[in-house]
Design a protein around this ligand. Structure first.
Ligand code: ADP
Length: 435
């Protein structure tokens, strides 16, 4: 296709131009001089056009190019076309950014965009109100200079944003904000802060209520159990009465266990104890649990074997770890049919220390495994009741472990048995510390 700016056309124009000068040179009998003048004129004209182009690009405020004819007209048109295309693209991008910002401003939460170095790139109006950011003065500031809460700084530096955290607002300590961070774009993070004061007040009220009710129920129950024991010891000729009394005793024992477990759970939930403050002498503690386990084992006649590495201690909260370990061991005793084999391990493993209880009981179906740690979840309700279980044991274990930054692992095969275990991280391990 013919193009006004094709190389053929340029070559043709240049030849025609030179031929014209050659003819004039022939007529004047000054061929070389005329040709030189022609080439010089061509060169000067091109430099002049270059100068105009440069002036238009860098100094002129006019968008439309100066009017020129010939080859240069296409150059100007090309540049003009590119400029217009860029301007339209910038306009579209600007509209998109405005729309995004309007959307982010309409959010009911504070939103902050942070880059990889942790500096603030942008924040919405609610972030200015809830987090006290000043805009644009705080653009480029490091986020942890503005939100100075140690819990938030830890959360931000650890970089594990799977779960949100709740921290008091930097501008109002009575307000609780839930911070959620998610990767955004290529190397950006989006921080969303939401006011959850009401929710956390409700949660506090729920915890207080459970703790208070459990506490209040304890005294009347102690009185009832006391009288029932008295009546039982006094002996009763009426077989109906004595059956009723022993049933009442069993039920009040269950109720007592339930209340004790509810209180333990409330205590763990409300606990502000720090896990790095005290050393728990695990081998000594496990020896004490072994004695209790053997007492519980009297009717079951299991073979219970403890494999405990000596001098392997950890930082933690003793009452909580005792509760977690004994719950797992007592569950194995209660749920394994008579004359089973139960092995308890406390051993050093790669990157930490592991506690595990392995039994050769009936095992648990896969479908139940993920729900076992829910409050009051039982695989077989009737059986759990007969063991006096509250349904809160594994829930307590889960809370204790989460307090110690660990997780309960459950492996089980129907007909073969179960393994309940947890690992504590290397940072919590204290070796060669005398008991
Ligand atoms: P409970 O107080 O009823 O024992 P837990 O929370 O301790 O409640 O346990 C939840 C359920 O998990 C139990 O009802 C039981 O069915 C099952 N379970 C726990 N440990 C074992 C085990 N070692 N073998 C088989 N089933 C178990």
């Amino acid at each position: 296709m013919y193009h006004p700016f094709s190389w053929l056309r340029i070559a043709f124009s240049l030849t025609a131009y030179l031929v014209l000068f050659a003819i004039v040179g022939l007529i004047l009998d000054e061929m070389a001089l005329t040709l030189c003048l022609g080439i010089l004129a061509l060169l000067l004209n091109n430099y002049w056009q270059l100068y105009r182009l440069n002036r238009w690009l860098w100094h002129s405020r006019k968008m439309s190019p100066p009017s020129v004819k010939g080859m240069w007209e296409h150059v100007y048109e090309g540049v003009y076309f590119l400029q217009r295309r860029n301007r339209n693209k910038r306009k579209e991008l600007g509209t998109l950014v405005t729309r995004f910002r309007d959307g982010a401003e309409a959010l009911p939460d504070a939103a902050v965009v942070i880059d990889v170095r942790g500096t603030i790139t942008w924040c919405n109006r609610l972030a200015r109100i809830e987090l006290g950011f000043k805009w644009p003065a705080d653009a480029g500031q490091r986020l942890n200079n503005l939100i100075r809460n140690p819990k938030f700084i830890n959360y931000f530096h650890e970089g594990d944003f799977t779960f949100p955290i709740e921290v008091a607002s930097p501008v109002n300590p009575n307000k609780i904000l839930e911070y959620r961070i998610m990767p955004y774009g290529e190397d950006h993070l989006l921080l969303i802060a939401r006011d959850v004061t009401r929710l956390s007040q409700l949660e506090e009220m729920r915890k207080d209520f459970v703790a208070n009710v459990s506490h209040e129920l304890r005294t009347p129950l102690t009185v009832i159990t006391g009288y029932l024991e008295l009546m039982d010891n006094g002996g009763n000729d009426n077989p109906m009465m004595s059956k009723a009394i022993s049933e009442m005793e069993a039920q009040s024992r269950r109720m007592k266990n339930l209340i004790e477990d509810l209180l333990v759970l409330s205590r763990i939930e409300a606990s502000a104890e720090r896990i790095h403050d005290r050393i728990v002498h695990m081998p000594t503690m496990l020896k004490q649990i072994e004695v209790e386990a053997q007492t519980l084992n009297k009717n079951k006649a299991h073979s219970i074997n403890f494999h405990i590495e000596s001098n392997l201690n950890v930082y933690g909260i003793e009452t909580e770890l005792r509760s977690a370990c004994s719950n797992l061991i007592f569950n194995a005793i209660n749920y394994t049919p008579e004359k089973g084999v139960i092995d308890v391990y406390w051993e050093r493993v790669q990157s930490g220390v592991k506690f595990s209880v392995v039994d050769n009981g009936e095992g648990i179906e896969q479908a139940h495994l993920s729900r076992l740690t829910e409050r009051f979840y039982r695989v077989d309700k009737a059986r759990s009741r007969s063991t006096g279980g509250s349904g809160l044991g594994l829930s307590i274990v889960k809370h204790v472990l989460s307090h110690h930054n660990a997780k309960l692992e459950i492996k089980s095969k129907v007909g073969e048995g179960s393994e309940f275990s947890f690992k504590l991280a290397d940072e919590l391990v204290v070796e060669n510390e005398k008991d």
